[in-house]
Design a protein around this ligand. Structure first.
Ligand SMILES: [Zn+2]
Length: 160
């Protein structure tokens, strides 16, 4: 009767049920299975919801600037309005790229998203100090969401 074999959860080498350690990569089979179970139950859902923040931010860059232009009336020249809309679209495209990248390198993409977000609103505030309070609630919500995304990425990295 052939001995039934299972796969190493880490390197997929074949193990027997008696093997406590993988002969190929040396990982403890039980510990690796437990690590994968915790990752799937705890970290994977957090990363998935954090990725939604990165996607929502892309939408907000373009919608926020469109709204700003629509409510500006005659306060902004037509050329300035076009620049503001183009900047919003450009940021949206960059943020969509970061969202895509976060499926491969989550932590790096989350950190870059947070840095970009802080940079954009610092420049915004320098260009127009009265703009600081515009949409302040959403800014706080996004800053909190991105900070949570970064910490979820750090926790997931430590767990993998
Ligand atoms: Zn292995």
């Amino acid at each position: 009767m052939p001995v039934e074999s299972i796969e190493c959860p880490k390197c997929q080498a074949s193990l027997t049920y008696e093997d406590q350690f993988c002969p190929s990569c040396g990982v403890s089979a039980a510990a690796e299975r437990e690590r994968q179970r915790v990752f799937a139950a705890v970290h994977a859902p957090k990363l998935a919801s954090a990725r939604n923040w990165l996607l929502a931010l892309a939408a907000w860059y373009v919608l926020g600037n469109l709204l700003g232009v629509a409510t500006a009336g005659d306060r902004l020249a037509p050329l300035v309005k076009q620049i503001v809309v183009a900047l919003g679209l450009g940021l949206c495209v960059v943020q969509l790229g970061l969202w895509w990248w976060s499926g491969r390198a989550f932590l790096a993409a989350a950190v870059v998203s947070l840095v970009l977000f802080v940079t954009v609103f610092t420049l915004d505030a320098v260009a127009d100090p009265t703009a600081i309070w515009k949409g302040i609630l959403l800014k706080v919500v996004f800053a909190a969401g991105l900070t949570r995304a970064v910490s979820a990425g750090v926790a997931a990295r430590q767990a993998s």
